[in-house]
Design a protein around this ligand. Structure first.
Ligand SMILES: Cc1cc2nc3c(=O)[nH]c(=O)nc-3n(C[C@H](O)[C@H](O)[C@H](O)COP(=O)(O)OP(=O)(O)OC[C@H]3O[C@@H](n4cnc5c(N)ncnc54)[C@H](O)[C@@H]3O)c2cc1C
Length: 134
């Protein structure tokens, strides 16, 4: 396997530009850290599963927490949402929650743009095969 060397010295290297990696990279860069985001395929940055739903009872809570901490997921959902629903309105308030269905292409295009426009992040296509912890 060919090894790649980067000239820049990074404070944080994030492996994988899925939902978690995007939030981690943006959070690090917004704190002023120099971030390298490595992902196996640049065309699948922020890729949503076959069911592009954001929210629901438990995950809706998580999305709100990410939003409260300044994250990107709820903003991307506002941008790419095509169907918004409040669940369980005929049941008690404890089991109600919001859920959105998104346009998958719009969502990942928005997320890739957010990464590319954020200062201090270098996004590169590469597969990480080992981590050297010193
Ligand atoms: C069929 C299915 C349906 C789902 N439906 C929903 C839903 O409706 N709503 C919902 O909220 N969640 C849903 N999920 C769950 C959701 O997809 C995951 O919770 C979410 O994708 C996890 O995000 P992540 O960033 O941890 O990982 P991922 O989204 O999997 O991202 C990981 C990224 O890291 C990259 N990567 C991995 N290894 C390396 C490496 N060694 N080097 C470089 N890059 C690497 C991968 O290519 C990928 O881009 C569903 C999952 C599946 C499988």
């Amino acid at each position: 396997m060919k090894k790649t060397t980067y000239d820049t010295v990074y404070d944080i290297i994030v492996v994988g530009a899925g939902h978690a990696g995007i939030e981690a990279s943006l959070a690090g860069a917004r704190m002023g850290c120099r971030v390298l985001l490595l992902t196996g395929n640049l065309d699948t940055v922020g890729y949503m599963s076959c069911n592009p739903a954001v929210g629901g009872l438990a995950k809706g809570h998580l999305v709100r927490e990410i939003d409260a901490l300044g994250g990107q997921m709820a903003k991307a959902t506002d941008h790419a949402g095509i169907h918004f629903r409040r669940l369980n309105t005929n049941k008690g308030p404890a089991v109600r929650g919001n859920r959105a269905q998104c346009d998958r292409v719009m969502y990942r295009t928005y997320m890739k743009g957010a990464i590319e426009q954020q200062e201090h992040i270098d996004l590169k296509q590469a597969t990480v095969t080992s981590i050297i912890a010193d």
